[in-house]
Ligand binder design. Structure first.
Ligand SMILES: C[S@@+](CC[C@H](N)C(=O)[O-])C[C@H]1O[C@@H](n2cnc3c(N)ncnc32)[C@H](O)[C@@H]1O
Length: 204
């Protein structure tokens, strides 16, 4: 029995000592794979572009035409706001009001904005955007990036977004659009597991 316990302890210790557990080297996020990013960009914009959201930015610029740059963007669940700042740098939006519940992430974002010389173009607000912003036709760009599916009521969040948008504005969303709470059926899960098992450990 003692031997068995010891071997389990060793397995656990090994698991948490392997290189793959190092957050610097771990490759378990889809957005860290250049192949996946290129495939998504190909689907969105018809070009195998590098960089997350690159296809969507290309598409947004094409669709907006002479409306670019949009003068005021609003983003909910911005995290550290790096994606929104990237849109400013790429000339899609002039300024952003960024809502985020985590003070820690906002602090990171403010520091990053400073380092990029963008502090006067982003306003971070710590709080729930739905409670704080109720004005109709307020902005001309609504940004959701991997945050819409975290909202308690996604439909309500979309309705809120449309009320906020001025005529001719853009609803920009880059987000998960699969099953609610990842409730895939067993067959789909099994196929995914099989595919994952045949992938090489490092695939990017
Ligand atoms: C998965 S993160 C996405 C962060 C960022 N958009 C990104 O792509 O890196 C979702 C974020 O939404 C924030 N959030 C959730 N509900 C919110 C709300 N009602 N108002 C503002 N932020 C919210 C969370 O604090 C979290 O940082």
């Amino acid at each position: 029995m003692e031997v068995n316990r010891k071997s389990i302890q060793k397995k656990i210790a090994d698991k948490w000592t392997t290189k793959s557990q190092n957050p610097q080297t771990i490759k378990n996020k889809w957005w860290k794979s250049k192949h996946i990013i290129r495939a998504i960009n190909m689907r969105v914009a018809g070009l195998p572009l590098d960089g997350q959201s690159a296809g969507l930015v290309q598409k947004a610029k094409e669709m907006a035409g002479t409306s670019v740059p949009f003068s005021l963007g609003v983003s909910v669940g911005c995290g550290a706001g790096d994606k929104e700042m990237s849109l400013i740098s790429q000339g899609l939006v002039e300024k952003f009001i960024l809502y985020e519940l985590s003070e820690y992430r906002v602090e990171l974002g403010r520091n990053y904005a400073k380092s990029q010389g963008l502090s006067d173009r982003v306003t971070f607000v710590v709080g729930d955007a739905f409670e704080m912003l109720k004005q109709d036709e307020y902005c001309d760009f609504i940004h959701w990036n991997n945050s819409l599916h975290h909202m308690l009521d996604t439909e309500q969040a979309i309705k809120w977004s449309y009320k906020l948008l001025k005529k001719g504005g853009m609803f920009y969303m880059d987000d998960y659009v699969g099953k609610n709470y990842l409730q895939f059926n067993f067959k789909t899960s099994e196929i995914c597991t099989r595919i994952r098992n045949i992938l090489p450990k490092i695939f990017s």
